[in-house]
Structure formats: structure tokens, C-alpha cells
Design a protein around this ligand. Structure first.
Ligand code: FRU
Length: 499
């Protein structure tokens, strides 16, 4: 039996989603049917398909009582919309079904773990979210919340842990046992990631503190994910209230990747490297899955909490997911590249080799807003030096979004100041890259209202929403000094039904 709240959300979608024109949506980036979305949830393989849920408030384009929206895919590129999966309809989650994850159980059912939120008035009079971990079990479409809920609450926390900041469980199965990591706020007021295990997915034991923030990388650590990769262990988390550190971490809600060795005896991650995950403007709360062919694939919310209240006028839906990315660890650092399935959608190759450039130019047939383009740049002269290289995208006479590289400083700047958005939001990010003798490679994925940049085969990624009208589709290149460049560009073509 569906609850009244869930039925209402499903009916709302059925009634209004068909009125949103397809042209308003990106082609291959997931959006909510209508209203607001944030974090990816329950990104998992189920009966041979990839499922993705997300934080969802269908009734307006602002954050509200959280539901879980739902889509699935076979190739991470073409998605099918499914009915709303969870609504905040129980006493323990009446104020929201917050972020969580999913896994296929050995008996063929799907197990969802999520954070149930209910507001309580504290002794001090303050109203706070009381957060517990809850389970729902289902067939990949409909889910039943379990009678044991909540399965983890304040009593399961280590001493000093906060029952008001206890959220975002990420579950997996290893050697027949269930494990989960979840964010918490220990006594020092910053963040930590707790590890639990379970025989059946319903009764959980606390194992230890996998990693702690100690007020070093922001404060509360949200949306953890933990997995082995290329001989190392990787912990992803999204800290709140970060302060900027060099060009590595920007202020506000950031993303952090901790790479190291896993000390199984003490259930602790011994860090060897800490880095940002994405260096762009819009990226938060990533979550991963492991494909049957062994790839670790990550997807994130393509937005920024600080600016998410500024929206295009008359938006009927707001928020997108990133393109899923394949992850690796190389030289102790995180490497990310678009899922290889995207290449199946490439068409109309345009190829330029050894274009000598000083000043500005456009190239015939290099334009568009739905494309996959790789630009490789090297010094043209023996002496080597050039001062900067810039690509202008989504341009017309008035608007433009750019990527600029300065070889001397080893920096890349993503800048959408002139993208035409009428709000005073953050528009520029600079980050460090590791070029080889002034050689640099940019892979750029455009899907109407977004730009995802992968530098030097995935050493850095930078993601940004672009709000420019779709008619601005010119691309130009500029060099201060002289460079030699190669450009390989494909249109991305989608037939049939997309979302
Ligand atoms: C991260 C987050 C999560 C929470 C969810 C609520 O963006 O704050 O910690 O579960 O969003 O929508």
C-alpha cells in the first residue's frame, strides 16, 4: 500500500511533468521530473541496471521536505524516469527522507538505507533535526519502510557523537557482510565518518571511527563514500563550512577525497593524500557504484548550496546530476574521466591538427552546446613560452564562458561571469594543474546548460552549470603568445526517447 504522501507525489508528477518541454532539459544529465533536486542517492546496480535516486522536492524549485526521486539506465547516458520512491510519511522521517544509498540483497530485493529526519525541540528551546538511519526494502520500484526503523539512532553513536548531525549512510556488501559509513559530528563540533557492520542489513554494530575532520577540512562531513581503488582506499566526503586552502579548497560546501591505506584492525583510514574532488563551481555530494565489469563510477549533484537559491526565471525544475565518471587512483591522486559509454553517442567528427595560433580564432564546424571536444595545446616555438591560452564557449556577441590556462602559474581558470545569468553568484574558480612542458589537454563535455572539464586525462575535473541561452553556441580560441593546438570535436547525438 502506498502512503497518501507518496501517492500524492506520484500523482503530482504524472499530472505536471508532461507539461515541461523536453527542450528545457539537458540531453544526458539527470534532472528531477519537476521541482527541486539535490544529492544523488542509492546509486547502485540492481538486476543488471543502474539505479539512481536523488533528494527531491517535487512541489517547488526550492529545497523542502525531502522525497526520493528515481531514474535508471543501462549505460549512464540515456535514463528512464521512474515513480517517486520514498516520501516523508512515517513518524521517524516526517520531516524528510535525507540522503542514503542502496544495495541489491542476496535474495534479490533492493535495500535502501536513508536518514530519517524529524524536528524536535531541544531542552534549550531550539528546534533541531533529529536524525536516524532507516531502511526500506523493495523490488526496485516500490519500497516498504521496515518495522525495525530506525535501525541506527543516538544510542548507537560513540561517546560525544551528535544525534542531530548523523546522516547519509552509504552501504555495501563485502564477503557476505553489510557495511556502512555515515557522517556524524563528534564532540569537537567538526565531522567524522563512522563505520558499522551488519549480518542482515537491519541490525547494525558500531565498528569504529574511520576518519575525523578535527576542524581541518571544514566542519560537518556529509555524504561519505568509502571503497578500495587501484591498491588504495578512498574516502569521499562533502564538508560544510570549509575555509579556503590555497587553490585546492574553496570556501563553503566543498568536496574532499582522502586516499590512503585502510587499517582493518582499527577500522581506520591512514591518510596519504587529501585533495579536492572537483575544482569547478557546481559539484557536491558525490556517490559511487561498482559496475559488474569492475569500474568505480561516481555521480554528483551539479550545483552549489550557496548559489542554489538563484535560479533561472520561471524554472519548473532545478538541479542536475553530473555525467557519471570513471575513477582511478594514479600516483596517489584521484583521476576521473567521463564514462566510456558516452563515446557511443559521438557523431560528426571534426579534427584539426597542428593549428598554429597567436591571437584569436574560430574553427569551421567547431561550435555547439551538446558536444565532446578535446583540445591539446603545446608551445609552438622552440623558446617554448606563451603567456596564456583561452577557450570561449557558449558564446555569442554578448555572452561567453571561458577556460583559460596560464602556463607560468600552472593555473586554469573557469569563468562564467559573462554567461548572462542575472544574479550575483560565484562565477570564477582557479585551480592548479600539472602540465608537461607547457603541454595541456582539455576534454570538455557540454550538454546545453552545463560544462564539465577534464584536464590532462582526468587529473583535475571542473564542473559548472552554464545559464546562457542555448542559441549562444560559438566557440573560439585565443593565445597570448604562440601555441600549436589540436582539436577533436564530436557532436553528441540522441535519438528516441530521452528523459
Ligand atoms: C547534502 C545534504 C545531506 C542531507 C541532504 C538533505 O547536500 O545536506 O547531508 O542528507 O543534503 O537534502
Amino acid at each position: 500500500m502506498l502512503s497518501e504522501k507518496l501517492q500524492k507525489a506520484r500523482d503530482f508528477e504524472t499530472k505536471y511533468v508532461p507539461h515541461i518541454p523536453k527542450e528545457a532539459r539537458p540531453y544526458f544529465h539527470v534532472t528531477g521530473g519537476i521541482g527541486w533536486i539535490n544529492d544523488p542517492n542509492g546509486f547502485s546496480v540492481y538486476k543488471g541496471e543502474y539505479h539512481l535516486f536523488f533528494q527531491y522536492h517535487p512541489y517547488s524549485t526550492k529545497w523542502g521536505p525531502m522525497h526520493w526521486g528515481h531514474v535508471k539506465t543501462r549505460d549512464f547516458v540515456t535514463w528512464e524516469r521512474l515513480p517517486v520512491a520514498l516520501a516523508p510519511d512515517m513518524p521517524y522521517d516526517k520531516d524528510g527522507c535525507f540522503s542514503g544509498s542502496a544495495v541489491e540483497m542476496p535474495d534479490g530485493r533492493m535495500l535502501i538505507l536513508y536518514t530519517g529526519v524529524r524536528m524536535v525541540r531541544k531542552e534549550t528551546g531550539e528546534i533541531r533535526d533529529y536524525q536516524t538511519q532507516c531502511v526500506a526494502v523493495g523490488d526496485g520500484i516500490d519500497f516498504e519502510k521496515h518495522e525495525l526503523n530506525p535501525v541506527l539512532s543516538g544510542k548507537d553513536l560513540p561517546e560525544g557523537g551528535s544525534e542531530f548531525d548523523f546522516r547519509d549512510p552509504k552501504v555495501w556488501i563485502e564477503d557476505g557482510r553489510y557495511y556502512l559509513v555515515v557522517g556524524n559530528r563528534p564532540a569537537d563540533g567538526s565531522g567524522s565518518i563512522l563505520l558499522y557492520d551488519s549480518e542482515d542489513g537491519f541490525k547494525w554494530n558500531f565498528l569504529g571511527v574511520l576518519s575525523s575532520c578535527h576542524n581541518q577540512y571544514g566542519r560537518m562531513w556529509e555524504c561519505p563514500d568509502f571503497f578500495p581503488l587501484d591498491g588504495k582506499y578512498v574516502l569521499l566526503t562533502s564538508p560544510q563550512e570549509m575555509t579556503a586552502i590555497g587553490l585546492e579548497f574553496h570556501a563553503g560546501n566543498g568536496t574532499v577525497c582522502l586516499i590512503g591505506e585502510y587499517d582493518r584492525e582499527h577500522h581506520h583510514l591512514d591518510r596519504e593524500n587529501v585533495q579536492a574532488i572537483d575544482y569547478g563551481l557546481d559539484f557536491y555530494a558525490p556517490q559511487t557504484l561498482l559496475t559488474p565489469d569492475g569500474r568505480r563510477v561516481m555521480v554528483a549533484w551539479m550545483q552549489n548550496w550557496e548559489t542554489s537559491n538563484c535560479q533561472p526565471r520561471d524554472a519548473r525544475f532545478f538541479g542536475q546530476m553530473t555525467l557519471p565518471r570513471e575513477l582511478h587512483v594514479r600516483d596517489g591522486r584521484l583521476i576521473q574521466n567521463p564514462v566510456r559509454e558516452l563515446e557511443n553517442y559521438r557523431s560528426f567528427q571534426v579534427l584539426y591538427r597542428d593549428v598554429m595560433l597567436s591571437g584569436a580564432t574560430t574553427l569551421r564546424n567547431v561550435r555547439g552546446r551538446v558536444l565532446d571536444m578535446t583540445v591539446t595545446v603545446r608551445p609552438a616555438l622552440e623558446s617554448g613560452a606563451y603567456r596564456s591560452f583561452k577557450i570561449n564557449l557558449a558564446s555569442d556577441g554578448e555572452y561567453s564562458t571561458s577556460i583559460r590556462y596560464k602556463p607560468e602559474a600552472n593555473t586554469v581558470r573557469v569563468d562564467r561571469t559573462r554567461c548572462g545569468f542575472p544574479h550575483d553568484i560565484i562565477n570564477v574558480r582557479d585551480f592548479l594543474v600539472r602540465p608537461r612542458n607547457g603541454n595541456i589537454k582539455f576534454r570538455i563535455i557540454l550538454d546545453r546548460y552545463s560544462m564539465e572539464l577534464f584536464v590532462n586525462d582526468g587529473e583535475q575535473a571542473a564542473t559548472s552549470v552554464v545559464y546562457t541561452d542555448i542559441s549562444a553556441d560559438a566557440i573560439s580560441f585565443e593565445a597570448d603568445g604562440t601555441v600549436m593546438m589540436d582539436v577533436e570535436k564530436y557532436d553528441l547525438i540522441f535519438g528516441g526517447d530521452d528523459q
